[in-house]
Design a protein around this ligand. Structure first.
Ligand SMILES: *Cc1c(COP(=O)(O)O)cnc(C)c1O
Length: 354
């Protein structure tokens, strides 16, 4: 069976050696030495000044909305994982969808201004498949209208844009370290901001609002990463180059073997140093996609329809017009991609597709 992705599992002995440090301390959560060590390693690797490790990649979105005090409408993308939209609704704000760019698949920066109303408080956009949004244009629009900017950068581990970590853009960026993501801690995630005061606020929000044992800075929730999760992260960390390199090779082979007259691959934004996180293909019609997916499924190859359906059709929302996102979400599929996807398997996938 060839799934859409496979988690990188470090050698179990190495994981256990790291876990033993938690055992020896008798300390398995509440920001022990493993979480702190993982944060230091990741900050250095990603070249970011601040980072908070969290227990998943969804709570950071909710905490970001809370920390920025957002109210009313939040402009967002209909082409993302459901967590992007559900976090807005969970925080009692209203998602207002702006359609996506037909090539980059990120929010269409040219259509944002038209969606702004007196109730708009922020833009929450996704760097989908690790492809950066037009962060410069979005920053301009946000400044002009005094809006906050949050990026759901769940797919962006290691991505750089114009030489800087993509996590450096916007007021707050979030990441996911879920088992299906490029770098993972089983379940896990992170929050990033350059603003040290905001960092402090995000920090206390993620830990019940605690100020020491008996005092509180303010409201909080529990989004702490445990030592058990951090141990997984520390065991995966030394293999990052290997993981990314394996994915890069698979992507290059797909590019080489897939017939150029068929479905389209997505366009990466210029000056992006990408992380090879997904291999999306856009078909001419949904019929063609369903047809191919059936053939692949029958051969034990299981691509996934990321992201389908468009989030604007969620049953707890009023439907909104986003024709590009509706059309693309019906015609896009992510091919299997992981660190050790073998050449023979990859050739088999391509020959069926071609
Ligand atoms: C995976 C993902 C999330 C959620 O992350 P979890 O760690 O699973 O909570 C949020 N947004 C996007 C775009 C994702 O792909």
């Amino acid at each position: 069976m060839i799934p859409v992705t496979k988690s990188f599992l470090p050698p179990q002995k190495e994981y256990q050696t790291i876990l033993k440090r938690a055992w020896d301390q008798g300390w398995i959560t509440n920001r022990g030495m493993l979480v702190k060590e993982l944060e230091e390693k990741l900050k250095a690797y990603l070249e970011v000044p601040n980072m908070i490790a969290t227990t998943n990649g969804t709570l950071p979105l909710q905490i970001a909305i809370k920390a920025l005090g957002l109210k009313g409408e939040i402009i967002t993308t209909p082409f993302s994982y459901v967590a992007t939209t559900s976090s807005i609704v969970w925080e009692n704000c209203t998602p207002v969808f702006v359609d996506i760019h037909p090539d980059y698949l990120t929010i269409d920066e040219g259509k944002i201004e038209a969606a702004i109303t007196p109730k708009t408080s922020a833009i929450l956009a996704t760097h989908v498949f690790g492809n950066p949004c037009d962060v410069e244009k979005i920053e301009m629009v946000a400044k002009k209208h005094k809006l906050k900017v949050i990026y759901d950068a769940a797919h962006c581990f290691g991505v750089k844009y114009k030489g800087r970590s993509i996590f450096e853009y916007g007021d707050i960026s979030t990441c996911s370290f879920h088992a299906t993501k490029l770098f993972h801690t089983g379940e896990g995630g992170a929050i990033f901001t350059r603003d040290i005061d905001l960092h402090h606020k995000l920090f206390y929000h993620h830990n019940f609002g605690h100020k020491g044992q008996e005092d509180f800075y303010g409201l909080g929730i529990n989004a702490k990463m445990s030592e058990l999760q951090a141990a997984m992260g520390l065991a995966v960390f030394p293999y990052l180059e290997e993981i990314i390199d394996g994915r890069r090779k698979a992507v290059e082979l797909y590019n080489e073997l897939l017939s150029t007259s068929g479905p389209k691959i997505i366009k990466l934004r210029e000056e992006t140093s990408w992380n090879y996180s997904y291999y999306p293909l856009i078909f001419e019609s949904e019929k063609q996609l369903v047809n191919i997916k059936e053939k692949l499924d029958k051969s034990g190859i299981h691509p996934r329809r990321y992201f389908y359906p468009s989030l604007s059709s969620l049953n707890y929302l009023k439907s909104q017009e986003v024709p590009v996102a509706n059309s693309i979400s019906k015609r896009i599929i992510c091919l299997p991609l992981y660190h050790n996807l073998g050449k023979r398997d990859l050739k088999r996938i391509c020959s069926i597709l071609n």
